[in-house]
Ligand binder design. Structure first.
Ligand SMILES: Nc1ncnc2c1ncn2[C@@H]1O[C@H](COP(=O)(O)OP(=O)(O)OP(=O)(O)O)[C@@H](O)[C@H]1O
Ligand SMILES: [Mg+2]
Length: 366
């Protein structure tokens, strides 16, 4: 059993609040990804699990043990840092063997465990090389191997792929998924690359300002962001936001803003009445906008007129930056969309996928 639990944990550095009343329950064998902007408390959370920082208040559990008072070396966790440091004078084999030798594991077992991990990471051919004779990606794998060889209950990974180039990142990402399947151990993984979060995590925890904003399966967080922050942070290009008001007319609800009048589909309007008259924010993902001419029948109250500002062909699709009533927004359209700067275009909003947020509390209401 290796759950990791934060029970109302706060961490202060002087006046700086790095984590505030933080609750989180990482399941046994889960791959949990923490995301959030710089300074949101991600590394602090990992360092608290590892015992490299002490909580100001609250309790931390690994398995069934409360670990607040337990020394880092007795916590049975292994941490891979962004700036992993391999021992430069040791070859790969010795780098991998070192954590085991410190634990007085027998020579035969060290040999066996190092070989097994090297095979798992496809670095068997590199065991006799020194770190300086390795590529960035190979070094990264050795650093991972050094954590794996210890066979800890919990892996803590703090942006372990951030030194890799884009292509190698994607490959190593896939390797990590396979690795997790083989190891079946608990992994808490920090990144600010949200593509990494979406693809790696069983669940993702979104942090901002030392507070947990939302915890859930990646698809759920993408489809049902709990608040404006999560909505804007998850998804790339980011969700478009339009300031608006919710108006009730003829037994229907409309989202009204400058240049906007969008009908809330009746099936989705239930329970929204109480926000009639309120200031809200309409959220529309770029992928939920379509060219009117491409849509067979757009439901009434789903169109929006805009002027094309910039067109960015991506090969398989185009990102179009547009303005409506002075507000800039983005649409992801079909690759064959033939749009020019300055052109007027009618767009259709997929109103079944749009989001509404209470402007005051910033919470999602639809
Ligand atoms: N040792 C420290 N002393 C003082 N303040 C600290 C210390 N460590 C972290 N902080 C502060 O705590 C907050 C959270 O920092 P943390 O390193 O956890 O952020 P992060 O989410 O990992 O950011 P990044 O994505 O940039 O790595 C920040 O405001 C940071 O400046
Ligand atoms: Mg960090």
């Amino acid at each position: 059993m290796a759950r990791v639990i934060f029970d109302r944990v706060s961490k202060y550095f002087g006046d700086v609040i790095a984590l505030r009343d933080f609750d989180l329950d990482v399941h046994d064998r889960e791959f949990l990804v923490m995301v959030g902007p710089s300074g949101s408390g991600k590394s602090t959370a990992l360092r608290l699990i590892a015992g490299l920082e002490e909580a100001t208040s609250g309790r931390i559990f690994i398995g069934d043990r409360m670990v607040n008072e337990i020394e880092p070396r007795d916590r049975d966790v292994a941490m891979v840092f962004q700036s992993y440091a391999l021992y430069p004078h040791m070859n790969v084999f010795d780098n991998l063997a070192h954590p085991l030798q410190l634990r007085r594991v027998s020579r035969a077992e060290v040999e066996q465990r190092v070989r097994r991990v090297a095979e798992m990471l496809s670095i068997e051919e590199l065991l006799n090389r020194k770190p300086r004779e390795l590529s960035g990606g190979q070094r990264q794998r050795v650093a991972l191997g050094r954590a794996i060889v210890r066979d800890p209950q919990v892996f803590l990974m703090d942006e372990p792929l951030s030194n890799l180039d884009a292509k190698l990142r994607v490959r190593t990402r896939a390797e990590l998924i396979r690795l997790h399947e083989r190891l079946r151990s608990t992994i808490v993984y920090v990144t600010h690359d949200q593509q990494e979060a979406m693809t790696l995590g069983d669940r993702i925890a979104v942090l901002n300002g030392g507070m947990l904003q939302q915890l859930g399966a990646p698809q759920i967080v993408y489809e049902r962001p709990a608040n404006l922050f999560v909505a804007g942070f998850i998804g790339s290009p980011a969700m478009n936001f339009f300031e608006a008001r919710l108006a009730s007319r003829d037994e229907a609800l409309f989202v009204e803003g400058s240049g906007l009048e969008i009908l809330v589909p009746p099936e989705r309007a239930r329970g929204l009445d109480r926000y009639a008259g309120h200031e809200i924010v309409l959220g529309v993902r770029p992928e939920h906008l379509y060219e009117r001419s491409e849509v067979e029948s757009a439901p009434p109250g789903s169109s929006l007129e805009a002027v094309v500002d910039v067109v960015e062909p991506m090969g398989n699709e185009v990102f179009v930056y547009l303005t409506t009533a002075g507000q800039l927004f983005t649409a992801r359209l079909n690759a064959d969309a033939d749009l020019r700067r300055g052109e007027r275009v009618m767009l259709v909003v997929d109103t079944y996928k749009m989001h509404l947020f209470d402007r005051e509390t910033e919470r999602a209401v639809l």
